[in-house]
Design a protein around this ligand. Structure first.
Ligand code: KG4
Ligand code: ZN
Length: 341
């Protein structure tokens, strides 16, 4: 079965074709960074309008790259939520309409399930069960994954998501949007020993996260250092490093606890922040100590993309699940409500 996947939940248009037995046939991502950069963050209406412009031409491009025509597609998957409602509606309307026109089934994919399953596109793919750490711009969740659609939420962030914390802290450091990767780059040049930031909620039992306090800590550290005459360039880099160390350390401590608690020996990292190199390295070391293994997608499949949507859609369409013609994209959507396959 060949499935066309369409992702338009935020500021990336992603299109891909996944085929059972063959894998990913083609995929393309267009990022709207240039459109939103001057506003310092995503402007929802501009995002929707750009998805309208890009989605159909990208579908044509991806089909051409895969050497396929419309008649070769057996199903269409589109992101149905969670995300920006206008942006979601673009991909969902295009995806559902194409499926109707082509006479094939369609499926609305949960964006975070797409992220969660992206590591299954890699070789070796993790076997079930595993613990998943989902770290994106909107979500930070630890999930006990027994199979596709068999998700038990172990923990989440009580305030900012990890990616959101990266982005907000990057803004404090005067870095351009999107802040996460920029902050990570600056942190490479920072001194890890100059500042020590707190590891929130690690001094008590439990798996939940809280990242909003780190923002305040960053503001206060920066302000007092600069007031005391510290070199601003060095200080920004050292603060970036201290912030990244704190987030990575906190996530690693909680993942170790989750792995011990569930008894699973596999840890899957997914979502935009899982592209972070220090996070991957630290998790690899931790899982080696625990006698297990870490799995994560290639960096281009960590951030938003169409391949993960095509793959998750292929799994569900292959199991006979499909969407009726009348569907409703969901800005909010709990992953635990998804049906198992
Ligand atoms: O999964 P994603 O592409 O979109 C959402 O579903 O939110 O995640 C985007 C988030 C942003 O907050 C971005 O700053 C962060 O992932 N991110 C990173 C890195 N690459 C992307 N954060 C830290 N280090 C990175 N290398
Ligand atoms: Zn995402």
């Amino acid at each position: 079965m060949r499935v066309l996947g369409i992702e338009t939940s935020c500021d990336e248009t992603g299109v891909a074709v996944y085929a059972g037995g063959q894998g990913l046939l083609a995929h393309a991502v267009y990022t709207q960074i240039a459109i939103h950069a001057r506003y310092g963050g995503v402007v929802p209406e501009l995002a929707s309008r750009d998805h309208v412009r890009k989605t159909l031409p990208m579908i044509r491009q991806v089909l051409e790259e895969a050497g396929l025509s419309a008649g070769d597609i057996d199903g269409v998957a589109f992101t149905a939520g969670p995300g920006l409602i206008g942006a979601l509606m673009v991909g969902a309307a295009i995806g559902r309409s194409l499926a109707w026109a082509w006479g094939v089934p369609a499926i609305g994919v949960h964006h975070m399930e797409g992220h969660l399953l992206a590591p299954l596109l890699e070789d070796p793919a993790p076997e079930f069960p595993f613990v998943a750490l989902l770290v994106s711009g909107g979500h930070t969740q630890l999930i006990d994954v027994a199979g596709i659609g068999r998700y038990r939420l172990l923990a989440e962030s009580l305030d900012d998501a990890a990616g959101e914390a990266f982005d907000k802290t990057a803004k404090i450091l005067d870095l351009p949007y999107p802040g996460g990767p920029e902050l990570a780059r600056l942190a490479e040049t920072g001194d890890p020993d100059r500042f020590r930031f707190p590891r929130p909620m690690t001094d008590r039992p439990g798996l939940d996260f809280s990242f909003s306090g780190l923002k305040t800590f960053t503001v206060n550290t920066l302000r007092s250092e600069l007031a005391a005459g510290a070199d601003p360039v060095r200080t920004r880099a050292d603060v970036a490093r201290a912030f990244e160390e704190a987030v990575v350390d906190t996530l690693t401590i909680k993942c170790r606890r989750a792995v011990r608690q569930t008894g699973h020996r596999r840890l899957v990292l997914a979502g935009g922040v899982s592209a972070n190199r220090r996070l991957r390295r630290r998790m690899d070391e931790m899982m080696a100590e625990e006698g297990g293994q870490t799995y994560y997608p290639r960096p281009s499949l960590c951030t938003d993309n169409g391949a993960m949507i095509a793959y998750a859609g292929w799994q569900r369409l292959s199991a006979g699940q499909a969407e009726p013609l009348a569907f409703r994209p969901k800005a909010r959507w709990a992953m635990e409500t998804l049906p198992p396959i």
